[in-house]
Design a protein around this ligand. Structure first.
Ligand code: MF3
Ligand code: CO
Ligand code: CO
Length: 263
């Protein structure tokens, strides 16, 4: 069990796992097109993780989850189960959430893909969601309250007329998938923890066009918006450094530096 402050040895192992997770998202991009099924995308990710990277898909078998990645389409908020029936179509927005286990350490990241020709609504939702994540990463540094992260995200999301999901949060990560601390994406009076150098956690806001309420389907996993409005999510794993943070799951398509100096 690793503690909330990571050792340099642990940091290096988590950094490697995170780079591998990010690489899966870069790899899968060209396969996301109209006509492909989420099951096919899962299979490609699975094969890549096992055969190319030599890592374990962290989602597979986690609390009984049946597939290697989560794929959440349109009004699915998170934990969508890839399947062979659902063909992706023009304008769909999908989140692929990749977790790898490398050398006993976890890396966790997700991003949105727009299938074929984007809709204005879908594109705007994805943009605002990614910007809310970026804005929160730009305040992370030792000495700030963990609350600040959620405050920044909620304020930005709501000022754009969208809502932030309350039921799921970011999390510490290390040689466990989900560790302390919990990272809420909205304002709260609890959770007053102060960030310290050496903490590693995810920030993973889920943003709905309509109301923030969600429900879980009978399969026990798939979470949808109650009002069936579109939902988007982006997730990075970050390390708190002495002056800011390092984005451990940065990809080539990210438009933010890997090392943030947050003054
Ligand atoms: N990757 C998700 C997270 O960001 C958790 C998925 S759990 C699974 O925390 F079982 F659905 F894979
Ligand atoms: Co996560
Ligand atoms: Co994740």
């Amino acid at each position: 069990m690793s503690f909330i402050i990571k050792t340099n040895e642990e940091i290096e192992k988590i950094r490697i796992a995170c780079h591998l997770a990010a690489e899966v998202l870069e790899m899968i991009e060209r396969y996301v097109k109209p006509g492909v099924t989420t099951g096919e995308l899962d299979k490609i990710c699975h094969e890549y993780m096992i055969n190319k990277q030599g890592v374990i898909p962290g989602c597979l078998g986690y609390q009984g989850f049946p597939k290697s990645v989560c794929i959440s389409v349109n009004e699915v908020v998170c934990h969508g189960i890839p399947n062979d029936n659902q063909l992706l179509k023009n304008g769909d927005i999908i989140n692929i959430d990749v977790t790898v286990i490398n050398n006993s350490y976890y890396g966790d990241t997700s991003k949105m893909f727009i299938v074929g020709k984007p809709t204005i609504q879908g594109q705007n939702l994805c943009k605002i969601t990614q910007e809310s994540l970026y804005l929160s990463l730009k305040v992370i540094k030792p000495g700030i309250s963990i609350n600040k992260i959620g405050c920044v995200i909620q304020k930005y999301v709501e000022s754009n007329g969208f809502s932030i999901v309350r039921e799921y949060c970011g999390h510490g990560i290390g040689n466990n998938f989900h560790e302390e601390p919990q990272i809420l994406h909205y304002k709260t009076k609890n959770n007053k923890l102060i960030l310290q150098e050496g903490m590693i956690f995810t920030v993973e806001p889920m943003v709905n066009i309509g109301n923030h309420d969600v429900y879980t389907m009978k399969d026990g996993w798939t979470v949808k918006t109650k009002d069936h409005s579109l939902s988007a999510q982006y997730e990075h794993t970050v390390l708190v450094t002495n002056k800011g943070c390092e984005i451990l799951t940065l990809r080539e398509d990210d438009t933010i530096p890997v090392l943030l100096i947050n003054t």
